[in-house]
Write a new protein. Structure first.
Length: 276
């Protein structure tokens, strides 16, 4: 007699349905991934020193968004660009960064979207405060505008083919897409390989023309200019970009500027550590 199989059946949440449709639509983009490792020794040291001095822990994601948004503004074409109908480019002056925060939903930790509007004009302190406030807000299906919240609230009640049609409409309209999803993305998956001190890169789908994937951190040892062995901290970074909009050359120049700004830690900038 065969052994009785034990299992539990749970109903998919509305959020899970939307995420599935969302990622399915994102697969239609001509996405290319570039991988690298950024030296984060200086900014990590400065954040630790600030915590020792004040007792306050500043979000490292907030630091990355502050730097990322300003480099995006510098390269707004093509990095802060969305396409309409395969005919037109919409180049936005405002850099709206969609990121994610981890929240407990139905007893399970899940990522919830949070969009930092005009991130290029905000200080590290302002972005940190906005992230912390977002982590305390009531969990909703979207962090877009009011109309977007109502749309997502009712869209889950529709048949899947209708949901896909609506999501496709949003993805192909730059203005609507900006309101609901921001202009660029930053996905933080920093818990990967945390205990093993190994770099782990995120491979993910994105609706944006440009999105930065933050993987795990790791410590290693390198030679400095004087030939001495020093300890350094590195961060696994993935750049996902739509090849219809962004070519390899602009993507490489963007990453070069980003790596430099992250490595130097924007120590002397008013919008960075001086704002704390």
């Amino acid at each position: 007699m065969s052994e009785k199989i034990k299992y539990t059946v749970k109903k998919l949440s509305p959020m899970a349905k939307v995420i599935h449709d969302y990622t399915t639509e994102a697969r239609s983009k001509n996405t290319i991934w570039a991988y690298g490792a950024a030296d984060i020794t200086m900014p990590r040291r400065m954040l630790r020193e600030y915590k020792e001095k004040t007792g306050e822990s500043i979000s490292f994601t907030a630091f990355l968004i502050a730097v990322y948004a300003r480099i995006i503004e510098k390269h707004k074409y093509p990095m802060n660009t969305l396409v309409k109908s395969n005919k037109y480019y919409y180049i936005f002056d405002e850099v709206d960064v969609q990121t994610n925060t981890e929240r407990i939903i139905d007893g399970v930790k899940k990522p919830v979207n949070l969009t930092i509007r005009n991130a290029h004009s905000k200080t590290l302190r302002e972005i940190h405060t906005e992230i912390r406030q977002g982590q305390k807000k009531k969990v909703e299906l979207t962090t877009g505008n009011k109309g977007g919240k109502n749309l997502i609230k009712y869209i889950t009640k529709l048949p899947r083919f209708l949901r896909r049609m609506i999501i496709h409409k949003i993805f192909t309209d730059p203005l609507r897409k900006k309101k609901m999803l921001g202009t660029v993305g930053l996905t933080a998956a920093g818990m990967m390989a945390k205990e093993t001190n190994e770099l782990g890169w995120a491979i993910y789908m994105t609706p944006h023309s440009c999105s930065l994937g933050i993987g795990s951190m790791a410590k290693d040892y390198k030679l400095n200019k004087e030939g001495k062995v020093i300890e350094r901290e590195s961060l696994a970074v993935t750049l996902a970009f739509d090849h219809q909009v962004i070519d390899g050359g602009p993507a490489a120049r963007f990453l070069q500027d980003l790596y430099y700004s992250v490595r130097e830690g924007c120590e002397n900038e008013d919008w960075c550590f001086k704002s704390l």
